[in-house]
Design a protein. Structure first.
Length: 200
C-alpha cells in the first residue's frame, strides 16, 4: 500500500528538519511511514558527501527516487560557488588550538541494534586545545590528523570552511585511518574538531 499524501508531506518535513540539524561527521537516518534512508557525511577534503546508501524500504522505487532527490536538494545552497583551493595533504600534528567558531565533538562507535544503527555524536564544552597525551571523554589522544577543506561544503553556514581544516583526534593513527567505513559506520570512538586554522 502506497503512503498517503499526508504521510509524504510529513516525510518531506522531517527530512528538511533533520538535514538542518545534521552535523558534520555524523550519520543521518530517516525513518518515516514512507521513507527510510541513511546518509553519511565524512571528511576527506575531496568529497564531503562520501556515502549515500539505501536501507530496506517499504515503498516502491519511484518513491525512493523522489525521497532521495528531496534529500539531495536540501543539501543545496543559494550562495555562489567559489573556486576550489589547491588540495593539500593531510597533516599529522601534535596539538591544535580551537578558534572562537571551532567545535569539539565526541563521535562514538556505531552500535548495531535490531532495526537500525546508531552512532553517538555530541558537542563537548571544555578544552580549547587538543594535544597528544590529553584524555578527553575517555579517549587518550595519541594521534591527530587534519584534513584541508579546499571548498565550502554548502550544508549551511557552519560548513563554510574553505581554506581551513577539520581534525580527527584518536587513540592511534591506525584507528583514525580506519575510523569510518565506506558506508559511514564509525568503527572507533574519536574526537572531531572543526573548523581549525593551522599555523605554519
Amino acid at each position: 500500500m502506497l503512503p498517503s499524501p499526508a504521510a509524504e508531506r510529513r516525510a518531506v518535513e522531517q527530512a528538511t528538519f533533520s538535514m538542518e540539524k545534521w552535523q558534520y561527521g555524523e550519520s543521518l537516518t530517516l525513518h518515516t511511514e514512507s521513507i527510510s534512508i541513511r546518509a553519511s557525511m565524512n571528511s576527506d577534503g575531496r568529497n564531503t558527501l562520501r556515502a549515500l546508501s539505501r536501507l530496506p524500504l517499504r515503498i516502491g522505487g519511484m518513491y525512493y527516487i523522489i525521497a532521495l532527490s528531496l534529500l539531495a536538494a536540501s543539501c543545496g545552497t543559494s550562495e555562489p560557488k567559489q573556486p576550489d583551493l589547491p588540495q593539500q595533504p593531510d597533516n599529522w600534528v601534535n596539538s591544535i588550538l580551537l578558534g572562537p567558531d571551532s567545535t569539539l565533538k565526541f563521535i562514538g562507535k556505531t552500535k548495531d541494534f535490531v532495526i537500525t544503527t546508531v552512532s553517538e555524536a555530541r558537542e563537548l564544552q571544555g578544552p580549547r586545545t587538543v594535544s597528544i597525551g590529553d584524555v578527553i571523554e575517555g579517549i587518550r589522544v595519541d594521534a591527530i590528523r587534519c584534513s584541508f577543506f579546499s571548498n565550502n561544503a554548502f550544508y549551511g553556514q557552519q560548513y563554510m570552511w574553505r581554506g581551513r581544516w577539520g581534525c580527527q583526534a584518536g587513540r592511534s593513527r591506525e584507528e583514525i585511518e580506519n575510523s569510518v567505513g565506506p558506508d559511514g559506520e564509525k568503527r572507533f570512538d574519536y574526537l572531531y574538531i572543526s573548523p581549525v586554522t593551522l599555523k605554519n
